[in-house]
Ligand binder design. Structure first.
Ligand code: SAJ
Length: 421
């Protein structure tokens, strides 16, 4: 077993640290957020996929600890970087990776295995991370007396009841075959299946393909939903029917748009990368246009429904049901529901929301609270934006006078006052 340092103790880094410690490695979690470090060392987990009990067990066994100082990784034989890679002003923001690399460099010792897990465009590991680590350590990657360098994309899906770290295959691509072998051996101590590839760029690109695949297929069904509505065809019936094909098809479903920290972001890394080569990722950009137009489309559909009842959107009482970016979690990042909320308000509607996972949310200077679900009875229109298992849709749909359902909730089928996207 090794001494392992995991830089970044968020929804990717902490589960990884806990899994490695659980497999017998001695792990130090490094994070720039001092309050988070203190909470971790007190056995309080900031991440839903790691329980306080799990953390305390590892702390008590002396197999995990957290620090805000990079000096703590001085003895590490494996260093894993799990920091955010946002996308700002139409370009990747790799500042967190650079900052981590600058912090790690001075404490890097010969023979250490460094693994980058943060999603990024092909070439980052070799052209950005490698030179910063080499400059900071005076060691050369891929050499006998230097360090080993690998890219291994994270595939953490917070809250996924079926797939966790251990049973999700892990891709590894090293700058040398030896590095790939070492990473395969390391992950093999707590991941069921490791998938070695030829090098970091193949691994970096594989991750972008995975999520660009989703991004484009979600856009396809969103566009189909608009077309089917215009043609008076039930898109949900069409998708269900197509999904009866046992090969060569994978169902995706329309919705109010695409949220989260992966799907709206990762494909933009690929698109940016294509542009650097003078190309244009037309597919990806078109899919982003389609997906980002869905909130406004949903607002227009609500406006039409109210219009059919002789009501205007201005002054209408609208209840949003579910505002998180996907079911059964409380994550609001890039949530399309926030765009719907903004646009309805801009058109003068009186908007409230109910989400059992989001007790409150900030809209500009205003702090909104989730309202009781029985307010549905007094709404001119209830707008289902996120289908949470915890919501009793039978109760809501029975009380509501008009429902626009963007998620095809089971209970809404065949009810005359429930209209689907
Ligand atoms: N969405 C649709 N229609 C679909 C699927 C998703 O509108 O058919 C929307 C969701 O409502 C959400 C957004 O797209 O707003 C993203 O949904 P997602 O299911 O892709 O969930 P994410 O963003 O949490 O994606 C993560 C990714 N995991 C990693 O990158 C490690 C993705 O690769 C996983 O496939 C996905 O979780 C998952 O399957 O849960």
């Amino acid at each position: 077993m090794s001494r392992v340092a995991v830089v970044g103790q968020g929804y990717v880094g902490l589960p990884l640290a806990v899994a490695a410690a659980g497999a017998g490695h001695g792990v130090i979690g490094i994070d720039c957020d001092k309050a988070r470090v203190d909470a971790l060392n007190e056995g309080s987990s900031p991440v839903g996929d790691v329980s306080d009990e799990q953390l305390r067990r590892l702390l008590d066994a002396g197999r995990y600890g957290a620090s805000s100082s990079f000096a703590a990784l001085a003895e590490a034989q494996v260093v894993v970087i799990c920091v955010p890679t946002p996308y700002h002003h139409e370009a990747p923001d790799l500042s967190y990776i650079e900052e981590a690399a600058r912090g790690i460099g001075p404490y890097l010792s010969p023979g250490t295995l460094v693994i980058l897990e943060s999603t990024t465009y092909p070439g980052t590991t070799e052209n950005l991370l490698r030179p910063v680590l080499e400059a900071g350590s005076g060691l050369l990657a891929g050499t006998e007396k230097g360090f080993d360098l690998v890219f291994s994309p994270e595939r953490i899906d917070p809250g996924n009841p079926r797939f966790q770290l251990a049973n999700t295959p892990k891709i590894v691509g090293g700058v040398t075959a030896a590095a790939t072998r070492r990473a395969t051996e390391f992950y093999g101590t707590f991941v069921d299946k490791v998938v070695p590839v030829s090098g970091p760029r193949a691994a970096e690109m594989a991750k972008l393909l995975e999520n660009t695949f989703r991004h484009i297929n979600i856009a396809l069904v969103n566009e189909l939903a608009i077309l089917c509505h215009d043609m008076d065809i039930d898109v949900w019936e069409v998708i269900d029917a197509a999904a009866s094909k046992p090969f060569g098809f994978m169902p995706f479903f329309p919705g109010p748009g695409v949220g989260g920290h992966c799907i709206p972001v990762d494909p933009m890394y690929l698109s940016w990368c294509v542009r650097q080569f003078g190309g244009a990722a037309k597919f990806i950009e078109l899919a982003r246009d389609v997906n980002s137009a869905m909130p406004a489309y949903c607002v227009s559909r609500v406006q039409d429904l109210l219009n059919d009842k002789g009501k205007s959107l201005r002054g209408a009482r609208i209840l949003l049901l579910g505002v998180a970016y996907k079911s059964d979690i409380g994550d609001l990042r890039e949530s399309p529901a926030l765009r719907v909320l903004e646009q309805l308000r801009r058109k003068g509607a009186d908007v409230s929301y109910h989400d059992p996972h989001v007790p409150e949310l900030r809209m500009g200077d205003e702090l909104m609270q989730s309202v009781p679900i029985d307010t549905a009875a007094g709404a001119d229109c209830v707008l289902v934006l996120t289908a949470h298992s915890a919501i009793d849709y039978d109760q809501v749909l029975g009380a509501a006078q008009l429902v626009f359902d963007t998620r095809n909730i089971e209970a809404g089928r065949e009810l005359p006052h429930v209209v689907r996207l």
